[in-house]
Design a protein around this ligand. Structure first.
Ligand code: GLY
Length: 290
């Protein structure tokens, strides 16, 4: 058997955040549903890029999570979303920032991958979505009551995958931080900040305070560290610096050999993983459960 030797691996997350007791079951269920969607792609011999898009679409459709439907509201009461997808094969990136009124920002990001631009934002991003036939919606359709009440747990969703051909991919999607300034760009749209994928090393997706993640360029640091110290330690070292900048967060990563790691310093981090060795998969809400 060639490159991946039948090996595949998948990790998804539903955000580094505080999860209230009555939201825990929904977080577990949502992560497992996303895991199932990605696993179906991978076990049928599909690509890592298709797997991470499929997983993130499930999380965007689930109002439990701050991405797509259920996104946080800006200080002006609107939903502005950011999402990105990256292929480890050729370092192709597609990202959208501050996009409004589309059902699946991750799929708009995917549509940008073949283009020269790696990130489009604001009205231009929605125009691009419309031109490419992405699913548009009324902005109100994405709003859920808990976000109106500003009780929402925040953060991003994400997925990373290794397919049986040995290719890696990463995807992120977020409604951003509740009450943020209109026009704010999340780290989740910026390669080297909220995500990265490189077949020569690994793939990762982060969640947490975007400004701090971007200032520390955490994804590029994780990629630098991963070959030497493995995915989990590579996440832990730079994420441990977040509290010094007034934030917390978490991350999922897969090394090119299929080793999966995840780490967080937020109170909870909803994570599910599966692999060829453990296809049924597992879900956790924090490291204490691991
Ligand atoms: N990490 C997502 C955000 O800061 O919006």
């Amino acid at each position: 058997m060639m490159p991946g030797q039948g090996r595949w691996a998948l990790a998804v997350h539903g955000g580094a955040k505080l999860i209230a007791p009555d939201a825990r079951e929904g977080n577990r269920r949502g992560c497992l549903a996303a895991l199932a969607a990605g696993r179906t792609v991978l076990t049928r011999g599909g690509s890592a890029i298709d797997a991470v898009e499929a997983a993130v679409r499930i999380l965007e459709a689930d109002p439990t999570f701050n991405a797509g439907k259920g996104s946080a509201l800006t200080g002006e009461g609107e939903i502005e979303m950011c999402a990105a997808i990256m292929s480890g094969v050729d370092l192709a990136v597609g990202a959208v920032g501050v996009i409004k009124a589309v059902r699946h920002p991750i799929s708009v990001a995917r549509l940008l991958m073949p283009e020269d631009e790696i990130l489009v934002a604001g009205p231009g991003a929605r125009r691009f979505a419309a031109e490419k036939g992405a699913e548009l919606c009324d902005p109100e359709e994405l709003v859920v009551e808990k976000q109106r009440r500003e009780l929402a747990e925040h953060d991003t969703v994400g997925a990373v995958a290794l397919d049986t051909a040995g290719n890696l991919a990463a995807a992120t999607s977020t409604g951003g931080l509740p009450g943020a300034k209109p026009g704010r760009m999340a780290d989740s749209a910026l390669p080297g900040c909220g995500y990265y994928a490189d077949n020569a090393i690994g793939a990762l997706a982060l969640s947490g305070k975007g400004e701090a993640i971007a200032r520390l360029a955490i994804s590029s640091e994780v990629i630098r560290l991963m070959p030497e110290i493995g995915p989990e330690a590579a996440l832990e070292r730079p994420l441990s610096k977040l509290p010094h900048l007034g934030g917390d967060g978490g991350g999922i990563a897969i090394r090119k050999d299929g080793a999966i790691g995840w780490w967080h310093n937020s109170p909870h981090f909803a994570v599910a993983t599966a692999s060829a060795a453990q296809p049924a998969g597992r879900v956790w809400l924090n490291k204490d459960e691991a």
